[in-house]
Design a binder for this molecule. Sequence first.
Ligand SMILES: [Fe+2]
Ligand SMILES: [Fe+2]
Length: 259
Amino acid sequence: MRILFLGDVVGNPGRRALRTFLPELLKEYRPDFTIANAENAAGGYGLTEKITEELLGLGLDLLTTGNHVWKREFLPYLAQAERVLRPANYPEGAPGRGAVVLEKEGRRLAVINLEGRIFMRPLLCPFRTAESLAQTLREETPCILVDFHAEATSEKIALGWYLDGQVSALLGTHTHVQTADERILPKGTAYLSDVGMCGLRDSVIGMHLEQALEMYLTQVPRKLEVPKKGAVKVEGVLLEIDEETGRATKIERFRREEC
Ligand SMILES: [Fe+2]
Ligand SMILES: [Fe+2]
């Protein structure tokens, strides 16, 4: 089974990057399932129903999210959405779902979305949540992908080791910076600390460069905007999973950018 996973889609340029590069990526990698983290797809913060439909219309099978998904007006949609996940380790009562089994042409892929706790909200334990969800999902398919939306590489690496052999892949999102530590762990779990982002290339993690600099120089908090114009890039990975065992056989990073 081949899976294409794209890093955080940031605002209008992120969506433009997908329109520009996704057709050729689909042609080249021929994935069975295509997934993107879309927590910043609407103006840099959160998602909307319209943008969800737009992204799914580009050929994505599922959108994962993270800490930015909780836009008030999106919650009623999120509560019943079948192809949008939010992190599974929020307390009971939070709308939406944290895991799903995708099915296409007889192939089944389970996806779990989790959020880290280092420099983030004090959520339920992502380690124990992942373990118990993976156990349940394995009854339906051995192919399980985890999007761990977290800040600290140490927490991501620790969860990778903890889940080695229990899931097919653990991919990190949230920092918007692609790391170069992809590998297959000894018991067959593909691992990457951060997949990167789809968005504006010359920016501060997808946001307005000058506004970010002003914020850092003055320490005055402000909402950063996402400029519409400028060269864009996409970053992601291709995974190959043995469908019988659920073990990963390949993890390959990629980046495409406009010149
Ligand atoms: Fe993000
Ligand atoms: Fe995030």
